[in-house]
Design a protein around this ligand. Structure first.
Ligand SMILES: [Zn+2]
Length: 269
C-alpha cells in the first residue's frame, strides 16, 4: 500500500505542476480552479454572513472601485502575456468589513475582504490599491492552492492507504491552507517567497491600473510604524522583514512604471 501512495504522490507531483504566468516557473499545484473555487466561494459567503459588511459608504465604494481597476489591470496583463481566459472562472467581489483588525485578504477566485482597521494605514485609494494588488497577486499566483497541494501530499504521506481525498478532507485541507474561519482577521501568513512574489506582482498590477507604485514603499513604512514590531496576521511573516520589503518595493517601482508604459499608462494617481 505504501508503494501505491508513493506512486500517487509522484504522479501528483509530476502531473500537477502548473506554470505561474508571472514568473514562468513550474509550481506544485494539483488543485484546478474548478476544485478550489466552489469551496472558496462558499467559505467567503459564510464569512460575509457572519461579519458586518459595510455597504454604500464612500469607503465601501472606494474598495469596490479600486478592486475593479486592479482586476481589470490583471486581466490586461494576463491577456497581453499569453494567458487570455486565465480569469474566466473568477467571480470578483470586494467587501469592506467593519473590524479593527489591520488586515485584508483575497480568497481564490477573486473574493476580497478589507477590514476597516487597515484603512487609516492605506490613507486613501492609492494605499488601498497597494494592499489590493498584493492580495490579488496571492490569488492570481495560486499561492493558497500551492499550500493546499503541499498539505495534501503531507496528508497522503501521513494517512497511508487513504489515497482518495474525500470532500470532507479537502475542506479540511482548504481550511488549513487558508485559515479562514468564522473568526475575523485570521488568515494564515504566506511564506517569505510567496510574500515577495505577491509584492512584485502587486506592484506591476497597481501601476497598470494607474496607481503610483512609489506609494507601495510608503504604505509599508506606515504599516511598520503602526505595528510597533508586530505585523497583522496576513502580513505576519516577520520575513520578509519590513526593511527588506520596503527596499524591494522602492527598487521595483521604476520597473512597474516601465511595465505600465507598455499598456500606455504613464500618469499615476
Ligand atoms: Zn501577503
Amino acid at each position: 500500500m505504501k508503494k501505491i501512495v508513493l506512486i500517487i504522490m509522484v504522479f501528483l507531483g509530476v502531473a500537477a505542476c502548473k506554470t505561474n504566468p508571472f514568473t514562468g516557473q513550474k509550481v506544485l499545484n494539483f488543485y484546478p480552479n474548478s476544485q478550489i473555487f466552489p469551496t472558496a466561494f462558499a467559505q467567503y459567503d459564510q464569512f460575509l454572513g457572519e461579519n458586518k459588511v459595510i455597504t454604500g459608504t464612500d469607503d465601501a465604494k472606494m474598495i469596490t472601485k479600486t478592486g475593479q481597476r486592479i482586476a481589470a489591470a490583471a486581466e490586461r496583463w494576463l491577456t497581453a502575456n499569453g494567458y487570455p481566459g486565465y480569469l474566466k472562472d473568477y467571480k470578483w467581489e470586494y467587501n469592506l468589513v467593519n473590524d479593527e483588525t489591520v488586515n485584508a485578504w483575497c480568497m481564490p477566485g477573486g473574493k476580497i475582504v478589507f477590514y476597516t482597521g487597515i484603512l487609516p494605514i492605506c490613507k486613501g485609494e492609492t494605499g488601498v490599491a497597494v494592499v489590493m494588488g498584493h492580495e490579488v497577486a496571492h490569488a492570481l499566483a495560486d499561492h493558497g492552492a500551492q499550500r493546499m497541494s503541499a498539505g495534501t501530499l503531507q496528508q497522503l504521506g501521513a494517512v497511508a492507504g487513504n489515497v482518495v481525498i474525500q470532500d470532507e478532507q479537502k475542506r479540511h485541507i482548504f481550511n488549513q491552507a487558508y485559515g479562514i474561519g468564522s473568526q475575523v482577521g485570521v488568515m494564515l501568513p504566506f511564506s517569505r517567497s510567496h510574500e515577495t512574489e505577491a509584492d512584485r506582482i502587486g506592484l506591476q498590477i497597481m501601476a497598470i491600473a494607474g496607481y503610483n507604485p512609489d506609494e507601495a514603499a510608503e504604505l509599508w513604512k506606515r504599516m511598520q510604524a503602526n505595528s510597533g514590531g508586530s505585523a497583522p496576521p496576513e502580513f505576519l511573516s516577520t520575513h520578509p522583514s519590513n526593511e527588506t520589503r520596503i527596499a524591494n518595493l522602492t527598487e521595483w517601482a521604476p520597473l512597474a512604471r516601465q511595465e505600465a508604459a507598455k499598456f500606455g499608462v504613464t500618469s499615476f494617481q
